[in-house]
Design a protein around this ligand. Structure first.
Ligand SMILES: Cc1cc2nc3c(=O)[nH]c(=O)nc-3n(C[C@H](O)[C@H](O)[C@H](O)COP(=O)(O)OP(=O)(O)OC[C@H]3O[C@@H](n4cnc5c(N)ncnc54)[C@H](O)[C@@H]3O)c2cc1C
Length: 440
């Protein structure tokens, strides 16, 4: 099954770049066409077609879900899930979209800012406020920044007990806030902290949580959060709804949502709830914080990544070529799962569905075929450069620049020109950045 493209297609190409599966292409007549065995009917192209030329094959007969995944991903423009009766009773009391603002050492985690952008879209569709929940010790200095990223309101709890993340303390406070202020949607970054907190809060509130979402949308008729995520090893996209419980919760991995641009000067409301917390009542103590060493660790924030795959042949070549090129151009190193499983590099460098999601300005893939599980982790990259000796490798359908050939011969030749190209690309990208003012 795949989407249908009607004669209304005007060949504007708007759909092509929005397809997460590379399932759309332009034919010789300049019209959009679908590769049926790649299409998973996620509906992204339908949303983005300006002339409504794309539709799902007859959706009739699909079973209605009860707090379960919708097979085949989110449906088309009318994405209501077949609930006949409008929300009523207790559920209707919940209003507003919340984002948990993760912070450490006076820095807001980038994923929280990304989620404020995504949350703003959801809140707009529901006609409600977007709020940030900021917990910590002496963190009030972060509030203004959160308004500029879209928060209408901040719930701030500044308390010594909240200095470091502990499940018990954060969960207790978060649950109290939810019970008092009744949000309808809660978004949390799928970081180590976020995953832990989200699971604890959802369990305590006995509500639904969809983890590791790659897409979020709203069914406005039923006020449902449509939380889309890969299922069955990435072979289908499932859209999961929580019909009967509030709040509806979702976690999203860092870099999956694009971070919005801050709007300087924006202001919102500040709520400082009173919640009693005593250190003596906590079951755990933080005795010491041990930081991982090395600047290679966090590739999620890297501006440039040189990633290697099975095509590098062995561990020595992987280290020589990948680390060599990365060192020469000031990039960090990443890897495909094949390289990790071969023992050439540690798992924390793995990019993709079961590794990290990255969104660098430049991603260089050496000897990586471009399996879907790898591609889902790199689609946020501004520019993808691929070197592969197989002209049919799927990576060539995704990359911005592709070089067909033996990487062992090409990479050494490319070092200098690549350095120049990267400088040029960086300059162009910097020039492309703009600042939007609140009044503008
Ligand atoms: C549930 C699940 C989760 C997964 N999660 C991930 C994940 O998070 N990340 C991930 O990467 N994979 C993941 N995978 C695995 C994924 O399906 C692929 O198997 C993997 O990405 C392949 O890695 P690769 O591209 O390095 O190897 P291959 O697919 O073997 O590709 C090697 C490429 O190198 C090229 N090559 C060979 N020699 C040369 C040369 N001399 N010069 C140039 N090119 C050369 C070949 O043409 C080939 O295209 C997952 C799989 C499953 C089922």
């Amino acid at each position: 099954m795949a989407v249908n493209i009607s004669k209304a297609c005007i060949g504007c190409q708007a759909c092509i770049s929005t397809c997460p599966y590379g399932a759309l292409y332009m034919n010789d007549e300049g019209l959009s066409r679908v590769i049926t065995d790649k299409c998973v009917e996620c509906g992204k192209c339908i949303e983005n077609c300006p002339v409504s030329a794309i539709e799902l094959p007859a959706a009739a007969g699909r079973p209605a879900a009860e707090d379960v995944a919708l097979p085949g991903g989110a449906a088309g423009p009318d994405r209501s899930v077949g609930l006949e009766t409008p929300l009523s009773g207790d559920i209707a009391r919940n209003q507003g979209v919340w984002v948990f603002v993760e912070q450490r050492e006076e820095q807001v985690a980038p994923v929280s800012l990304e989620l404020l952008g995504a949350g703003q879209e959801l809140a707009k569709k529901l006609g409600v406020e977007l709020s940030g929940v900021l917990l910590g010790n002496q963190v009030s200095g972060l509030v203004d920044k959160l308004y500029t990223y879209g928060a209408d309101r901040i719930y701030l709890l500044d308390h010594p007990v909240l200095q470091y993340y502990r499940t018990e303390a954060y969960m207790r406070v978060f649950v109290k806030l939810v019970k008092e202020y009744l949000p309808e949607i809660i978004l949390i970054g799928a970081t180590t902290t976020g995953r832990d907190l989200a699971a604890a809060v959802a369990t305590e509130l006995r509500t639904g949580l969809t983890a590791d979402c790659t897409g979020l949308d709203i069914d406005p008729r039923q006020r449902l959060l449509l939380a889309t995520r890969p299922a069955f090893g990435g072979n289908i996209m499932a859209t999961i709804v929580s019909k009967k419980h509030r709040p509806q919760m979702a976690t999203v991995r860092p870099k999956v949502m694009k971070m919005g641009k801050p709007v300087p000067g924006c202001r919102g409301a500040l709520v400082r709830p009173e919640i009693e917390l005593k250190e003596s009542e906590m079951l755990t103590r933080v005795l010491e914080i041990v930081k991982e060493q090395g600047d290679q660790i966090n590739i999620q924030d890297a501006e440039m990544i040189v990633a290697g795959g099975r095509g590098l042949g062995d561990r020595d070549s992987f280290r020589k070529i990948c680390f060599g090129l990365a060192g020469a151009i000031g990039a960090r190193v990443g890897a495909s799962r094949a390289a990790v499983e071969a023992g050439w590099i540690e798992q924390k460098y793995q990019v993709g569905q079961t590794g990290v999601t990255v969104a660098p300005r430049i991603y260089i893939a050496l000897g990586i075929s471009g399996a879907i599980q790898h591609l889902v982790g790199i689609r946020g990259s501004d520019i993808i450069i691929a070197v592969n000796n197989d002209p049919e490798a799927p990576i060539f359908k995704e990359c911005t620049y592709g070089i067909v050939g033996d990487l062992f011969k090409i990479v050494p030749l490319l070092k200098e020109p690549l350095k120049e190209l990267l400088e040029q690309i960086k300059t162009d990208l910097n020039r492309g950045q703009e600042v939007i003012n609140c009044a503008g």
